[in-house]
Design a protein around this ligand. Structure first.
Ligand SMILES: Cc1cc2nc3c(=O)[nH]c(=O)nc-3n(C[C@H](O)[C@H](O)[C@H](O)COP(=O)(O)O)c2cc1C
Length: 381
């Protein structure tokens, strides 16, 4: 049976709903071409700014793994250890807008039916900075980008008016989105930081500014562990480290919580989910919460830099899911089950409690809890 993998998201037609997120897999023309050859429905370019950036010495990203027996989380590779997360302090693209412009055009000419979203970033402190956003937007769309993703989420920007510092300020979220929407002829997505008290506030501000979709999550602010032997951070330059971003499997539940807040608050708006996806078994959670597309970074980085195996697994998983549910639930495409579990997240007080006779003070036989003491039993008797 042939299945329908296509989605229309913010008016853009995708042959499948899986994108490489803005990160190393989308930092070059050759990577993006390989990604499309591999089958990705879309890419979000590595974030493009107006001014060249210089990254720190040494590794810009590393991966943490954990052992089955000791739960030790470390960047040191150990046999049998499983991936826990990625950690990075990489800045936006170190290539200029002039470098990107012809490449965006060439990529779109080579793959006109695949989706290229240009991720862009500038400051927000004054009108000149807002004009930078507009310039980036106009050049990218002029070269054929299908949409724009505004980076309000990079967790390691020192400047107060950039990256996640925009995403932490609802006023700036609105103002920048509005400035881009003034010139945008293509859909505008805002990628928000998960590092705020209530992401619904910043999302509402983006929607007020005219955003067509919210993207979440970028990486979570974090530090690498300190090596217990050397007493140095596992990634450092001259012994120093700064806050970086955590991605990969460890952030899946955190990112889902952010997404649930968003999709529940704005059930009729568009959302693209990111965080901890490596195959369909994770992507399904984002779709069931209401996302129309899903993006991937860490898993793709670790799979030949652009994730050819990851996208094959995502597509095979989606196909199998649709085939299995077509007969039982009548689900023939993503739209048929998108958001189907959004209403299952409720207040704690709305969750059913056992009747008095069945209540064991929470001393069920569950992992992590000791058996009830004689005292507890006496209290219940
Ligand atoms: C090395 C690295 C560089 C990244 N660079 C960017 C970037 O330039 N722009 C951006 O919006 N997100 C960037 N991200 C964040 C990813 O796009 C993604 O939101 C995050 O890694 C969570 O997805 P994952 O769990 O699949 O890794 C970067 C992530 C990593 C690991």
């Amino acid at each position: 049976m042939s299945v329908d993998r296509s989605v229309t998201f913010t008016g853009i037609k995708f042959e499948n709903p899986f994108l490489l997120s803005s990160a190393p897999p989308t930092e070059s023309e050759s990577n993006i071409l390989r990604a499309f050859e591999g089958g990705w429905g879309g890419v979000v370019t590595k974030t493009i700014g107006l001014h060249p950036v210089v990254n720190v010495y040494g590794a810009k990203a590393k991966f943490m793994r954990t052992g089955a027996d000791d739960s030790h989380v470390s960047m040191k590779k150990r046999p049998g250890a499983a991936l826990h997360s990625s950690w990075n302090w990489e800045l936006i693209s170190d290539k200029t807008l002039e470098w990107w412009a012809p490449r965006i055009r060439r990529i779109k000419e080579a793959f006109p039916d695949r989706v290229l979203i240009a991720s862009i970033m500038a400051g927000s402190g004054n009108d000149k900075e807002l004009k930078h956003w507009q310039e980036l937007a106009e050049v990218a769309q002029g070269e054929g980008a299908d949409g724009l993703e505004l980076n309000f989420s990079c967790p390691h920007m020192d400047r107060r008016d950039m990256g996640s510092n925009i995403g932490k300020d609802q006023g700036l979220c609105s103002v920048v989105t509005e400035a881009v929407k003034e010139v945008a002829k293509v859909p505008v997505w805002c990628k928000l930081t998960p590092a705020t008290a209530d992401i619904v506030v910043e999302a509402a501000a983006c929607f007020r500014g005219g955003a067509d979709a919210i993207v979440s999550s970028n990486t979570f602010p974090s530090l690498p562990p300190i090596d217990p032997e050397t007493l140095e951070f596992e990634i450092n330059v001259d012994g120093f480290v700064s806050s970086g971003g955590l991605g990969g499997p460890a952030i899946l539940p955190l990112s889902l919580a952010k997404m649930a807040q968003l999709t529940k608050a704005f059930p009729d708006k568009s959302f693209s989910g990111i965080g901890g996806v490596s195959d369909f078994s994770q992507a399904i959670s984002y779709f069931l919460l209401g996302c129309g597309t899903v993006q991937v970074c860490t898993a793709a980085v670790l799979d030949q830099a652009v994730g050819p195996t990851v996208i094959k697994k995502l597509l095979a998983g989606l196909d199998q899911f649709l085939e299995a549910h077509a007969a039982t639930d009548g689900w023939k495409r993503i739209e048929d089950f998108r958001g189907a579990r959004r209403d299952r997240i409720v207040l704690q007080s709305e969750i059913r409690r056992p009747a008095a006779a069945e209540y064991h003070s929470g001393y069920e036989n569950v992992e992590g809890y000791a058996a009830p003491s004689a005292d507890d039993v006496a209290v219940r008797a």
